[in-house]
Design a protein around this ligand. Structure first.
Ligand code: TXA
Ligand code: MG
Length: 360
């Protein structure tokens, strides 16, 4: 007989700006005692445990169903905590931390031997960031330890940008969930590897390549194609797994505005005709062109302007979660510009789509 242990999941709703100290204290004592707690950050919700406690860290992998070779990001609240984790904090790291911490930037650095393999997936490097969220920072400080945390979703699912998303995936699988309101960035942090000859973006995110280059000069961007060509293992193990995927199949449509709309409506009619439930995620600029009379879909959402990618980043995962709730089979999404924050948006969309893109 298999016994599945169900957790009693505690839930606290707090102000993102002035969280109730009693709630933070309770959540922190669970983390300090080896439990797992989901908490808000500015990027997405994280599922945290005491970094230096391998048993606690193991619970994260169980709760998420995460492959054990996919390492976690260590979250700190103060710069001095970095030294418990890394062997070296080079000049570039110091400059970037001064400019972007607290914020959506994760630095990969050589790790100290005290960091358990469970956190780093056996690598000799560790990823670290200081989140820009009062609740996350208070929780870390009160716990008295740095907090290792991946996104608080089931492995492979879209990341959670609200506590409701976390509840849906992890209720009964974790010790607690702190609801601190919706995430303001909405996409995960940029992961920057500083251990190679040249800084390398392993995952585009909330801090753009352009912003990094203004501080430290040229930065490379990991592209899976190049890596495969060079027959190298991906340096960020997480990037090899299917990610960010809603239940439905995602199809991206790229091209001139008017033609994109008509092609999406054509595809929507085709899939609808086959009895599939269809969603259209579009921009503010095209929203009014998808009138119900001429286009057949089950769910239409304007995820933001082509000219304000901050909004698109903030709304994207929420829209994918809604597609799951509405049991959508086919999700047709307009392509957004891949510059600035758009690089991160398109990276996630391409992963969700398994690179199915129609260019018209
Ligand atoms: O914004 C974020 O980064 C959120 C919040 C909670 O902080 N966290 C997050 O964690 O997105 P996760 O586990 O979903 O993604 C972490 C990424 C993975 O792609 C992982 O492979 C990579 O960071 N990573 C972690 N440690 C690494 C290391 N030592 N070397 C290379 N990549 C690493
Ligand atoms: Mg994740």
């Amino acid at each position: 007989m298999v016994i599945i242990r169900r957790f009693r999941t505690r839930y606290w709703k707090v102000s993102p700006f002035a969280p109730d100290p009693a709630a933070i204290r309770q959540a922190a004592s669970i983390v300090a005692g080896g439990g797992v707690v989901a908490f808000p950050t500015e990027t997405v919700y994280g599922l945290g445990a005491d970094t230096l406690n391998p048993l606690a860290v193991g619970k994260i992998f169980t709760a998420k169903g995460r492959p054990v070779d996919n390492p976690l990001i260590v979250h700190v609240a103060e710069l001095r905590q970095v030294w418990d984790i890394v062997l070296d904090f080079p000049a570039a790291a110091r400059l970037l931390a001064a400019n972007f911490w607290p914020g959506p930037l994760t630095l990969v650095l050589p790790k100290r031997s005290t960091v358990p393999d469970a956190v780093t997936g056996g690598l000799d490097t560790v990823a670290v960031r200081m989140p820009r969220h009062r609740v996350a920072l208070d929780l870390i400080k009160k716990s008295g330890c740095s907090i290792a945390a991946p996104s608080a979703n089931l492995s492979g699912k879209p990341s959670p940008t609200t506590a409701r998303h976390v509840l849906r995936d992890l209720y009964g699988r974790v010790d607690g969930i702190i609801d601190g309101g919706p995430a303001v960035v909405g996409l995960e942090s940029t992961v920057l590897d500083l251990t190679g000859p040249k800084p390398l973006i392993l995952r585009p995110g909330g801090v753009t390549r352009e912003q990094l280059e203004r501080e430290i000069g040229p930065v490379d961007v990991e592209t899976q194609g190049e890596r495969e060509g060079a027959k190298l293992a991906p340096r960020s193990p997480g990037m090899k797994y299917r990610h960010y995927s809603p239940e439905g199949n995602v199809i991206l449509i790229h091209g001139e505005r008017g033609r994109v709309v008509s092609r999406i409506c054509e595809l929507a009619a085709e899939w609808n005709g086959r009895g599939q439930r269809v969603a259209v995620l579009c921009s503010r600029e095209t929203y009014s062109l998808y009138s119900k009379g001429t286009c057949s879909y089950d769910y239409l959402e304007n995820i933001g302007s082509q000219y304000n990618l901050d909004d698109v980043a903030r709304n994207l995962y929420g829209a994918l979660h809604t597609c799951d709730q509405k049991e959508i089979d086919i999700i047709l999404i307009e392509v957004f510009p891949a510059t600035g924050l758009g690089a991160a948006i398109m990276n996630r969309l391409q992963k969700a789509a398994g690179s199915i893109m129609e260019i018209i």
